[in-house]
Write a protein that binds this ligand. Structure first.
Ligand SMILES: Nc1ncnc2c1ncn2[C@@H]1O[C@H](COP(=O)(O)OP(=O)(O)O)[C@@H](O)[C@H]1O
Ligand SMILES: [Mg+2]
Length: 230
């Protein structure tokens, strides 16, 4: 069988910040390859660079040196608009705080990425409804985020990330704000959808139990990724 294709690859990545005249080297020569459908946890102490790494992988920030390829697009070679298109087409994002728009219903929030990608309203509504059903929110379509529980909001955020059928989801502490039981049920749902849709999943987490659900786990330490056994 052919090797599964690579959805994200970064080579020799370094990122430096200048902060109050002090240079902070977050990474220096980091390499990573993510295959289609792969699930990966990234752990590491606070400040070790986990969020920075996800920003670079998602093209939300640019590396100081090195390359990030998302589905064969060299992100640094693209202008902002094209980078945005690659992001919209190939990637989904989930954060610790749901970032749903408060004035819109769950259905409208999940339709949003499709409307941005210029799908018709009718098709966007149909796809959003389907994925909201899959995450168990079929009875909550017209609820606004404020009318949903914490776990429901995260499930809506997952639905919004998945609705465009991305190749990879980047999730930054997606269960960091949930109690343990809700966290595990949200993660199990994530894994289930990852299998159904063959979406690769990179999850930054502090939670060993969450990390244990992933195929591979890395610890980010001193600017490098070290494999941990699950
Ligand atoms: N925009 C920025 N300007 C300066 N320093 C930054 C910036 N973003 C992150 N950093 C620094 O980079 C390091 C890694 O941050 P971050 O990626 O947020 O860590 P983590 O998500 O692992 O907690 C920290 O030392 C942080 O202070
Ligand atoms: Mg962080």
């Amino acid at each position: 069988m052919n090797k599964p294709h690579t959805v994200i690859e970064c080579r020799n990545l370094s990122k430096h910040f200048i902060d109050a005249n002090r240079k902070i080297n977050v990474f220096d020569g980091l390499n990573l390859r993510v295959h289609a459908g792969e699930t990966m946890a990234i752990m590491g102490a606070s400040g070790s660079g986990k969020s920075t790494l996800l920003h670079l992988l998602g093209g939300l920030d640019v590396p100081t040196t090195g390359e990030v390829h998302v589905c064969d697009h060299d992100m640094a070679q693209l202008n902002n608009k094209k980078r945005g298109l690659v992001r919209n087409k190939h990637l989904g994002f989930v954060y610790q705080f749901h970032h749903l728009l408060p004035e819109f219903s769950a259905l409208e929030n999940v339709m949003m990425p499709l409307l941005i990608a210029r799908e018709s309203k009718a098709l966007a509504r149909q796809k959003a409804r389907e994925i909201l059903n899959q995450v168990g929110l079929g009875e909550r379509l017209s609820h606004r985020p404020g009318q949903l529980s914490g776990g429901e909001r995260q499930r809506a955020a997952i639905a919004r990330a998945l609705v465009t059928n991305p190749d990879c989801i980047l999730a930054d502490e997606p269960t960091g704000n949930l109690d343990e039981d809700t966290a595990m049920s949200v993660m199990n749902l994530f894994i289930e959808l990852n299998k159904q849709h063959q979406t690769a999943l990179i999850v930054v987490t502090h939670d060993r139990q969450v990390a244990a659900l992933m195929q591979t786990t890395y610890r980010l330490k001193h600017g490098d990724l070290q494999p941990l056994s699950n």
